[in-house]
Design a protein around this ligand. Structure first.
Ligand SMILES: [Zn+2]
Ligand SMILES: [Zn+2]
Length: 123
């Protein structure tokens, strides 16, 4: 392998990360976004502190996708909670995020209402 090729391989490694939840190799610049979560299972890792991409957090624990919220005219935002320190992060969804998992996260509260769902019929 030439020196040029080796350098190419190393650069490839720096721009990708292995998902700590499903073990997928994720290119971090996929679809032109600052990729900070796995498109397959949507889990993230607690690396950023104040701003996305600053990598200032020392925690490093896995972050679970716990909810979807909507910003502006319909942009979906993922809410991640750190399994290590309980910090919450908001992350923009990306074009290659698994739509089935996105929907599953979005409807999770509807599947587990804290009141009898039949009550809706009496309102
Ligand atoms: Zn994953
Ligand atoms: Zn954390």
């Amino acid at each position: 392998m030439s020196r040029e090729q080796r350098r190419g391989v190393r650069r490839e490694k720096e721009r990708s990360f292995r998902c700590g939840h499903c073990r997928l190799d994720v290119p971090s610049d996929a679809f032109g976004t600052a990729r900070n979560h796995c498109p397959n299972c949507l889990w993230s890792r607690h690396l950023d502190d104040d701003r996305p991409g600053d990598c200032a957090a020392e925690c490093g624990s896995l972050m679970e996708p716990i909810a979807i919220t909507v910003r502006g005219a319909g942009e979906w935002i993922l809410v991640h909670r750190c399994t290590g320190c309980d910090e919450l992060h908001l992350n923009r969804t990306a074009g290659d995020d698994n739509p089935l998992i996105l929907l599953r996260v979005a409807v999770r509260p509807l599947a587990q209402p804290p009141f009898p769902i039949e009550r809706i019929g009496n309102l």
